[in-house]
Design a protein around this ligand. Structure first.
Ligand code: NAP
Length: 247
């Protein structure tokens, strides 16, 4: 896959799945804007990736749910790196609770960061990509968008919304050289899932035919394919990376 001269913006790229995606892209020579709610974390990760892979990498402070932040971050990315070929909508949070007890603020926080954030970032990216007549947008959804999950009404709704957003962008901009796809990970070992109890983890493992939890690299591999210049004909699709727990 020839990514020569390409630039990617990875939201929530300081750690977890976002960081693994940033590393995978960097290993192909892609320049990176690593945007995270914590500038300190973004700077640390950017420094490590730039020295490990020898690519240009720009740390950005970005709260994806704030439109002013988002437009400023994309301006800085273009000023610093010249273009944006790839957007990875990865920033996401959970605020779990059964629906009867779910606080409105927890619903709003998750929808605003996971879904509205993907909309705001995609809108800025599309402005740039339309001019370039080229772009790849990959959004990190979740298996729970398809299965539902007790305690995650806000999260599963936000991720289901991302699928609708992805398909709509795919239809609106297919003629402009822009593809939009999603990856729906199952249970991936990161800080987000480390918070679950050992009991819950063991129960989940019983439903994964491959017999293990996923790694951040499993997700990054699927993203690499969708974000590749060679993938111009897969758009509006979801790749499930879940060890077979949903098929
Ligand atoms: P993670 O380890 O919690 O990392 C998420 C990153 O996003 C963190 O660096 C976090 O910053 C940042 N972030 C949070 N709110 C943000 C905001 N408003 N603006 C910009 N950045 C923000 O999570 P992960 O497990 O790697 O998950 C990454 C994505 O994959 C998420 O969208 C998640 O929903 C999805 N996913 C994960 C799994 C899984 O099993 N782990 C499964 C399916 C889908 P702070 O650390 O400072 O909060």
């Amino acid at each position: 896959m020839d990514y020569k001269g390409q630039v990617a913006m990875v939201t929530g790229g300081a750690r977890g799945i976002g960081r693994a995606i940033a590393e995978a892209l960097a290993s192909r020579g892609v320049s990176l804007a690593i945007a995270d709610v914590s500038l300190e974390n973004a700077q640390a990760t950017t420094g490590e990736i730039a020295s490990a892979f020898g690519v240009r990498a720009l740390p950005l402070r970005l709260d994806v749910s704030k439109s002013d932040d988002v437009s400023r971050a994309f301006e800085e990315a273009v000023r610093g790196l010249g273009r944006v070929d790839i957007l990875i909508n990865n920033a996401g949070i959970t605020r779990d609770g059964l629906i009867l007890r779910m606080k409105e603020e927890d619903w709003d926080a998750v929808i605003n960061i996971n879904l509205k954030g993907a909309f705001l970032c995609s809108r800025e990216a599309v402005k740039i990509m339309v001019k370039q007549k080229y772009g790849r947008i990959v959004s990190i959804a979740s298996v729970v968008a398809f299965m539902g999950n007790p305690g995650q009404a806000n999260y599963s709704s936000s991720k289901a919304g991302m699928i609708g957003l992805t398909k709509t962008i795919a239809r609106e901009y297919a003629g402009r050289g822009i593809t939009a796809n999603a990856v729906a990970p199952g249970f991936i070992t990161t800080a987000m899932t480390d918070a679950l109890s050992e009991n819950v983890k063991q129960e989940m493992l019983k439903n994964i035919p491959v017999g293990r939890f996923g790694s951040v690299q499993d997700v990054a591999s699927a993203v690499l394919f969708l974000a590749s210049p060679e993938n111009g004909y897969v758009t509006g699709q979801v790749i499930h990376v879940n060890g077979g727990m949903y098929m």
